[in-house]
Write a new protein. Sequence first.
Length: 309
Amino acid sequence: MKTADQQPSPVPSFFSAGLAARTRAADIVINGSTVAYWTYEPIQATPDTRTILVIHGFRGDHHGLLRVADQLPEMRIIMPDLPGFGSSAAFVSGKHSVEQYGTFVTDLMAALGLGPDTVLLGHSFGSIVAAHFVATHPGTVTPLILINPIAAPALEGPKGIMTQLAVFYYRLAARLPRPLGLALLRSPLIVRVMSEAMAKTADTDLRRFIHGQHHAYFSAFADRESLLESFTASVSGHVAEVAGKLSLPVLLVAGEKDEIATLPDQHRLAALLPDGVLKVIPGVGHLIHYETPGPAAGFIRSFLKDHPA
């Protein structure tokens, strides 16, 4: 029982007070699909200020990279919800493939007037989209930053069995009657198990925050069909298959305990890059953007200073 002078412990905030002031939300129509995107303006522009276009991961949306954006107040950061996720509609035509998402990046950059001095950043599945986009469109952006990059085929190696189970899960959900399929995909229990498996931090409040983020946003997808297509894309491609074509400077930010994009794969990927550098954050897995945004932002800031526009 609390006495009158005992106050409950304050709930920690995982965002700065200034983030909201930097935020501008907007919608844009790209090839018939309404796309939601957010711009985070720099608090004060400096000679080091760059525009960073961020591509989020599978089943995520712009919320996932917010803590990293918050740690880069001197940068202008643009974060769309990819078509089919978050507040963005699915593609009107064509599959939700790596190539189609690459076309989306091209069209979005043209619509927003983003030139070749734009920095492209991809997380997880977004790393596949970003790397393939750069390989196909050299000179369109510079440099390239990949956080928790998918460095090797998902269907091979020790993680192959888990990937096959995930393939079965998404295919089953797509074939069941719609209410049952959606219930399976949005199951709070399955989302929580996934969240618990990926979180490596021992900080109770941070783990609660991560689980809350996944609960709130992990099930915000347009429909089962586009989700299955996007999942298929996420396990069918990887960064290493185009590494030799990435002639621009590339920063890889990897988690020491990442079980999805393992550290040995990151070292092999780094060795394939013509101009790449690998930075490893200890004690974290596939959730660098949630658990260690400060170190990630520090690596990004230093990398961009070394590679000015």
